[in-house]
Ligand binder design. Sequence first.
Ligand SMILES: Cc1cc2nc3c(=O)[nH]c(=O)nc-3n(C[C@H](O)[C@H](O)[C@H](O)COP(=O)(O)OP(=O)(O)OC[C@H]3O[C@@H](n4cnc5c(N)ncnc54)[C@H](O)[C@@H]3O)c2cc1C
Length: 446
Amino acid sequence: MPSVGSRNEIFEKFEVNAAMPYWWENTGELILPPGRDLPEDVDVLIVGAGLTGLSAARTLAKAGKQVITLDSGIPGIGASSRNGGMIGGGHRFSINQMQGRYGADMALSVLREAHLDSHSFAMSLMAEEAIECDYSESGRFRALWRSQEYEPVARELESLQKLIPVEAEMLPKNRQHEEVATDIYHGGVVYPRHGGLNPAKWVTGIMQAAIRAGAQIQGNTPVEHIARKRNHWEIKTPRGSINAVSILVATNGYTPSHLNDIKRRLIPVPSYLVATEAIGAEQVRKLFPNQRMIVESRDRHCYYRPSPDGSRIVFGGRAATCAIPFSLAQHQLRGLIEQIFPELKGIGFTHCWTGNTGFTFEFLPNIGQMDGIWHVVGYSGSGNQMAPYLGHKAALQLLGEPEGETAFSKTEFSTRWWHQGTPWFLPFSDLIYRFKDGWNNIRRNV
Ligand SMILES: Cc1cc2nc3c(=O)[nH]c(=O)nc-3n(C[C@H](O)[C@H](O)[C@H](O)COP(=O)(O)OP(=O)(O)OC[C@H]3O[C@@H](n4cnc5c(N)ncnc54)[C@H](O)[C@@H]3O)c2cc1C
């Protein structure tokens, strides 16, 4: 059986040496579990070892199932270890939109799970498994781009807090410097229970918990083909074949073409991040007095934060909604940083990297089955809290446990005739978002 290879070989294959995420080099590097002969038969085979697949593996192994999670690269190499490291609940819709689409009961379940249940699950997972991932309950500031947004956002928050106990408060523009040293926003919302972590340590910690529970995790073992046999599945990899009673796909923004029914329901939107050179704890504290995570309300929003050691800024944004050269991404992100913090003009970057988010057309994740293959995907840009939670829920559903019930099994998972798998339309959507940003920039100044 071919060996699992080395970390460096995988880095070369994935071309990450040119664009190494800050999280991998400085802290909590990704770990490639030792290669083992693949088992002939398992109860469950999970495709994709990110936050979702590893959390599902842990739950299944704890229930005594024989489970193996395979990843094309090093476990965590997808979005899970590349992300901005912000953790907290939320969704992209107003309560009215959600109620209009799903009805009051389901809307309430989505809100409760997105804000509260997923948060409790992530926090208890971290505590139970003693995962050291530089977590800090630093809180998040959602910064408003246009002054006209302030009143509707305040009303929405009030309605939300009538439905579920979400801790949050509005902060007007004249107090905004308490959270972030810029005049560019028009106030915003403070979520004190959100936080920051090192995503590479988070996903690696979940992997280690899954291994302790008895799951087998193998990197550098892409699933290349899945065939239905009489009462099991046959899964082919370059290292051999495995028979599994059930399959769970957890590949989100990296879903391969041979799983096209899932792939064409997902839009792999890239996001780009940079880490600035170290600017010193004092300067970082001046810019982020409470060390909050910052997320903007503009369409192609920026999200940025102090690094866990408080020495520099990790800054992300949709430099483009399609793949672009890193030099261009850095140029775009530099422009945005300088727009927010003019005093950082000319700041150096030590790292620039990218990763794929996985959007659904509904902007909500989904757990389900298609032709007997389970999937849990579609976090639509935010997964540090939701992905371990829904991985766990999917595992409970596979086990036939009633606690597996979740509103995210009832969300739609649709496609469009013009999305056959390859996201050819992303450069066009990039143009649309640029236009929307430009329009909002005009409106914010009237
Ligand atoms: C740049 C960026 C910034 C983000 N920032 C934040 C943030 O600050 N906060 C937040 O909450 N969320 C953030 N997110 C979203 C979050 O990272 C994701 O929602 C989450 O990591 C999804 O986890 P996952 O396990 O479902 O998928 P992934 O972590 O993407 O894992 C999918 C895995 O599938 C594997 N795979 C693909 N094909 C195969 C195959 N054929 N065989 C075997 N394995 C395969 C891949 O190698 C990959 O490891 C961000 C995402 C990105 C890209």
